[in-house]
Ligand binder design. Structure first.
Ligand code: ASP
Length: 426
């Protein structure tokens, strides 16, 4: 009898009533925490330092725990995933499909952002402040450097600094190595498989207390973003949020229905805790453990979640791409610069690259915005205008980023399962 069946039978026999706090699902708790956090934040708007000093550490502690587990979780689950595929070529086809989905959806996302920003005249009513703007853009690495940097020169350092793309490369090589050595590497394969289970168990312990993290993260954000910060840029926020919601409703619903052939409602229900958590944490990498757990619960195989989601948390940023498109048009309109169609296409291409280069941590999309602005000669100082509300935009773009990862995982999984079924039938 499998472990799972045994566990569910034991659970059915156990008639003891659940304590009240266990009767509500994690999703409900996360949303209760979000609402309570907003209320507490509003109450503390006059004294945001209280929220920063006493409530924020609650969020920081839990985020630290998640960061602690995310590297071993990704390493062991990717190696275990590669070993279970037993074929380097199969890893290649899943990888190819995943990257194709990621690139196409991201290009669509920026285009949508640019269209919304133009049609809704995102910067039209904004009056430039009298004081001089200053923003020091960080030097963006060149395209070639970005490619070179995927390959680590050291085994330990990428793990210590949580450089996820390099961590993924290390895990893939070890997976291929174990397949290549075969029988002799069985003890290593067994070790990796059980370590993967151990990491997943630890991740579940940490996820169980995610609502505290949500409360601890959202309260200081609301306390620090009063109406005087938000109001002048309200239209920018509305346009960006709307484009992001439409992207999710159109693209993700469409892909889930047509490619994954699953219930759209079921998908959004399964991903709801992930959306709530990513909104509060503004970190794709921080949300990765929860995303892996929820996407798996929606029927996606572990071989797919363990590879597609860590890769997505690192390179697939549709929300960030929409934000960069909207902000580029906003800055152009505010500074009275007309962009040609050619320039807008350049923005699409650079925003796809910039979003790939964006790390899945809070605020990194704004740093990469400089690259998009520079590509068409827009003033980088314009970033200073949007910096004040970056966190509010960051929260929503992270929701889109992680939802996109899960959506692609569902599609790749369905395509792989159809291929396997065809093979069996042939
Ligand atoms: N915070 C985003 C994420 O983690 C990245 C960004 O700043 O756009 O996905």
């Amino acid at each position: 009898m499998s472990e799972e069946i045994k566990a569910s039978e034991e659970q059915a026999l156990d008639q003891t009533p659940k304590p009240w706090y266990k009767r509500l699902s994690l999703t409900t708790w996360i949303f209760i925490a979000l609402v309570l956090g907003v209320i507490a934040g509003l109450a503390l708007q006059g004294t945001p330092e209280i929220a920063d000093t006493y409530i924020k550490p609650l969020g920081t502690i839990f985020l630290n725990l998640i960061k602690m587990i995310v590297v071993p979780l990704v390493i062991f689950s990717i190696i275990a995933g590669v070993i279970s595929l037993e074929d380097v070529k199969k890893v290649g086809t899943i990888g190819g499909k995943t990257i194709a989905f990621y690139l196409v959806t991201t290009a669509f996302a920026v285009t949508l952002g640019i269209v919304f920003a133009n049609v809704m005249n995102v910067g039209a009513d904004y009056v430039l402040p009298a004081e001089e703007l200053s923003y020091e853009a960080a030097a963006a690495p060149s395209f070639i450097d970005t490619i070179v940097n995927i390959f680590p020169s050291n085994f330990v350092q990428p793990m210590a600094s949580a450089t996820m793309l390099q961590v993924i490369v290390i895990a893939l090589f070890f997976g291929f190595g174990i397949i290549g050595v075969g029988k002799k590497a069985k003890p290593v394969a067994d070790f990796v498989n059980s370590m993967s289970d151990v990491c997943i168990k630890i991740m579940h312990y940490i996820i169980a207390i995610a609502p505290f993290c949500v409360f601890g993260l959202i309260t200081p954000v609301v306390a620090n973003n009063g109406p005087d910060v938000l109001l002048p840029l309200l239209w920018l926020i509305v346009v960006a949020y709307l484009a992001m919601i439409v992207h999710m409703a159109l693209v993700y619903s469409g892909l889930i229905k047509l490619v994954a052939k699953k219930s759209v409602l079921g998908f959004f229900k399964s991903i709801a805790p992930v959306m709530g958590f990513s909104y509060a944490s503004a970190s794709s990498v921080g949300t990765l453990p929860l995303n892996m757990s929820c996407t798996e619960k929606n029927g996606v195989s572990r071989e797919v979640t363990s590879f597609v989601l860590p890769l997505g948390a690192t390179i697939n940023m549709d929300g960030t791409a929409i934000y960069q498109g909207v902000c580029a048009i906003f800055i152009a309109q505010v500074f009275g610069i007309d962009l040609t169609i050619g320039q807008q296409i350049t923005i699409v291409l650079t925003a796809v690259l910039a979003s790939i280069g964006t790390a899945g941590v809070p605020g990194s999309g704004m740093i990469m915005l400089a690259m998009v602005l520079q590509s068409v000669g827009l003033p980088v100082e314009g970033i200073a205008l949007v910096a004040g509300v970056d966190r509010i935009l960051d929260m929503m773009r992270t929701v889109v980023n992680v939802t996109g990862d899960s959506c692609v995982a569902n599609c790749v999984d369905a395509a792989e399962k159809r291929k396997a079924a065809k093979k069996v039938a042939a």
